[in-house]
Design a protein around this ligand. Sequence first.
Ligand code: HEC
Ligand code: HEC
Ligand code: HEC
Ligand code: HEC
Ligand code: HEC
Length: 620
Amino acid sequence: MRVQSGFVRKSALTVACGVGVVWVGLAGYAIAQPRGAGPLPLPTTLTDFFQPGSQPGDLVAPMASAQSCGGCHGFYDEAVEPYTSWTASMMGQAARDPIFYACLAIANQDADFAGELCLRCHAPQGWIEGHSTPPDGSALTGLDFEGVGCNFCHRMVDPFDPDNVSPAEDDAVLAGTADLPVNPHSGQYVLDFEDRRRGPFVTPSAPHEWLQSPFHRSASMCATCHDVSNPALTRQPDDSYDFNDLDTPHPTHDKYDEFPLERTYSEWSMSDFAQGPIDMGGRFGGANPLVSTCQDCHMPDVNGAGCFFTDPWPDLPRHFFNGANTWVLKAIRNLYDDSESLLTEDSVNDSIARAIGMLQAASDLELTHDGVDLTARVINQSGHKLPTGYPEGRRMWINVRYYDATDQLVFEHGAYDAGAADLDDGSTKVYEGKLGLDAHAASLSGLPQGESFHFVLNNTWLKDNRIPPRGFTNAGFESVQAAPVAYAYADGQYWDDTEFSIPLTAAYAEVRVFHQLVSKEYIEFLRDENTTNTDGQTAYDQWALLGKSPPVEMDFGTISFGCNDADLAAPLGQLDFSDVVAFLVAFSAMEPAADIALPMGQWDFSDVVAFLTAFGTGCP
Ligand code: HEC
Ligand code: HEC
Ligand code: HEC
Ligand code: HEC
Ligand code: HEC
């Protein structure tokens, strides 16, 4: 699969531009379609995806390459200096990510010029240089493939500066930017026209222009891209989302009026972490156990120097940026030459090990049982929903394995077949977000109503049971379009409980919580729906080659069950008539407490026999 050195990524085909389709406002749209022509792609334009902030052509000084930084910021101590860890981060490789390109192709198939939206975050250095047309990424070149690059982040200016702490130079940049963002989201960034590198410190020894910028220590910098909205959709008075009129920019550009795709920053902003530092005991690495912002967990501080010839800082942020991605970097090494991606086997392995560490730090598992039911409590220790961010194909689930006294497997919930990449999702709790099309979006697109992976057409959330962070309130999350959907969490709840009935012959259980980055359903969709180019197949092949997105074990626990399975009612510790009554009540109500023998999920004679056996012997 290795591509030749010097390879520049190009798609075989560019996207057709909806020629010949008449769009007469949305009401008349379906009627205007010739029979059988198919409404996709929606004939949207660049204007539909316009966003305020810096625009192509605004920069005076061009982007500087990451490699030019590496000579000083990656020369001496790889573990501490920015260069190596950034190259092996998903942001450093965002413009090479094969899953991204597979999804981009579908977005362009679904709505003309939708790629304009995607490239502004995934290849921002290319976007600002005007290389996002055509919207399939085929005009990207050179430094554009550095994704979210060093120079890009370090030229970002705070468009809001609520505490009036930004460098004075920022005023002129903001004054020279025609349209300023309304609130931070969707890649509405403002960049310094000049190459003045902003960072947290006062650094007179820097041999380049620098400015001290408190923005770079704030979560709102990350919010620029970690709240993702679809500007082609506008929120209606009844809280549904409808497509704007064709060739019209979003009326407000306010994220809360656009359709929410990712709300990582907003989730954080409504958590206790946004109120100030919390002592998390060092579980996210770094020298300081107190964490508040995105940077505190994703760029943990150490005592070290960011450049080999300067003095160390006690709070030097490392450029780890690890999240949940545990295999796509390997796919990038398969698809691009190392001389181009600047990845190495070591840098990738180190990054993946850190990502697994993040996933293991993200949650805790607590197990309890009351004789008949096992309760698995998953506690979210992260700074946002668990899992957060990109919803499509990402999921977590609970796996329970019951064993009898001779260590034989009795029953399993949430079994995963690694060969087929099939999850038995009906028998367990799966934490995930699911998007879809409402009736209107379905009629407009000609696609079926309901669940869908069509990123730019989806206009409704069908499920979101991802676990909220510390400090969750329903009102707060509702106000940032991040309320649970088809699920309920009480105010203050940052954990979730799942009850499983214990088979009578089980002596103990092993419980695991798994995270998976890309489900089989999603990767097959990306392959099968693609009628444009080979990017869906390329992503699928990498997925298959690299173990089909192997689930990562986040938590593990065991619990053993005593001999009190028939002891259902008070007084506990005593087998008496009240236990028989309790069983019969639970049995007739088909409660989990009475489903104690195989086959599980059926309240039948085997359950009664099992109960009577346990009652009669005092022990199973
Ligand atoms: C506002 C910035 C922004 C925009 C606009 C945006 N994305 Fe993303 N995208 C992100 C971020 C941030 C993540 C990572 C979130 C996470 O890991 O949970 C991401 C993740 C993804 C992923 C998952 C990649 C992987 O390796 O698993 C895909 C695929 C993707 N985006 C495709 C798209 C497409 C296609 C579009 C346009 C229709 C788009 N994105 C628009 C910011 C953006
Ligand atoms: C010739 C060496 C050299 C090169 C090349 C270089 N830097 Fe620096 N840079 C420094 C030194 C030295 C400092 C001061 C470090 C310190 O005091 O901790 C610094 C500081 C910085 C800071 C911190 C500013 C602050 O206020 O906190 C940023 C950001 C930065 N550099 C970004 C970059 C980027 C981006 C590139 C590449 C486009 C780059 N540098 C290339 C030597 C270099
Ligand atoms: C210019 C847009 C942009 C900005 C600004 C930005 N990000 Fe990202 N970030 C992205 C994109 C795009 C991705 C997804 C890349 C992919 O998976 O292909 C991403 C992915 C990530 C990931 C997920 C990595 C993984 O393994 O899943 C983390 C963590 C992250 N960013 C942290 C941050 C933090 C912290 C900040 C602020 C200091 C920040 N980002 C600022 C665009 C941005
Ligand atoms: C208290 C620590 C903590 C804070 C604060 C925090 N995160 Fe995370 N983040 C985590 C952990 C742990 C994970 C891995 C679990 C997961 O994927 O949700 C993670 C995962 C992520 C991912 C990857 C999701 C995916 O599916 O690939 C992104 C993107 C991200 N965080 C961005 C942010 C941003 C942006 C902020 C600030 C607004 C932030 N985080 C604040 C701990 C934190
Ligand atoms: C996603 C945005 C982002 C990218 C990409 C990024 N940085 Fe940073 N960088 C930051 C933030 C944010 C801080 C300050 C974090 C803090 O203090 O908590 C920082 C701090 C720094 C500093 C000061 C601390 C130190 O390490 O000396 C330097 C220098 C620096 N970055 C250079 C680089 C270089 C070089 C690259 C590319 C190899 C790079 N950055 C890529 C966001 C970014």
